[in-house]
Design a protein around this ligand. Structure first.
Ligand code: ZN
Length: 204
């Protein structure tokens, strides 16, 4: 059964955002179904940005929109949470000629490994593929702040912040869109027995 994807703010998109949406559709990055998000909430849609980022020319094009918005910000480092944030952070760092690194979970805890160092006072732009509840973003923020660094904002390809999002940092996105999200106990897709998919990488 083909379900319509909820892009309920589609009419208010700028021409550039419409271009990003067209790339999402063209690359099959918009998935319909029943998904478990990193935060534990369920949704009827999922944005699989890896499908865009497999094409270097599309990766450049969508990240360029973010780069234009953040190029004059005072920052030293770009940090993306694995896995979704790795390529987005790298491509943004490449375009802005800034250091880009990634944080990853080990035993469920977000960490900087592989010799990545963030020093006290350094200014950090967190970069993600998609921000929903902000779980990964919040974990990276805590991680770099524990090292005395300062988070100056979060950049993402798709801003689809859900009601649970509570971080008070400026957001710079290539596209804003909404997808229906549900608490597990209230999820209508669970009620009709639709199989739940876990497309993210929280437990890698
Ligand atoms: Zn559900």
């Amino acid at each position: 059964m083909e379900k319509s994807f909820s892009t309920n703010n589609n009419n208010t998109l700028s021409p550039k955002e419409k271009g990003v949406l067209a790339i999402l559709k063209k690359t099959g990055a918009l998935l319909n179904g029943h998904f478990l998000l990193t935060s534990g909430i369920h949704s009827d849609g999922y944005i699989q940005c890896a499908r865009i980022l497999q094409y270097p020319s599309y990766a450049r094009e969508v990240i360029e929109l973010i780069a234009r918005k953040v190029k004059d910000l005072d920052m030293e480092i770009i940090v993306g949470p694995a896995l979704g944030g790795i390529i987005a952070a790298y491509e943004l760092g490449r375009q802005l000629n800034k250091r880009a690194m990634f944080a990853e979970r080990k035993n469920g805890v977000m960490q900087l490994r592989r010799g990545f160092v963030v020093k006290p006072g350094e200014k950090v732009l967190i970069t993600e593929d998609v921000v929903t509840a902000g779980t990964s973003t919040g974990e990276v923020k805590k991680l770099v702040e524990e090292r005395g660094a300062v988070v100056i904002g979060v950049a993402c390809i798709v801003d689809r912040r859900s009601p649970g999002y509570s971080l008070d940092i400026p957001m710079y996105s290539a596209l804003k869109m909404s997808i229906n999200t549900y608490l597990p106990e209230e999820c209508p897709l669970c009620k009709i027995g639709e199989p739940l998919e876990n497309p993210g990488s929280r437990f890698i």
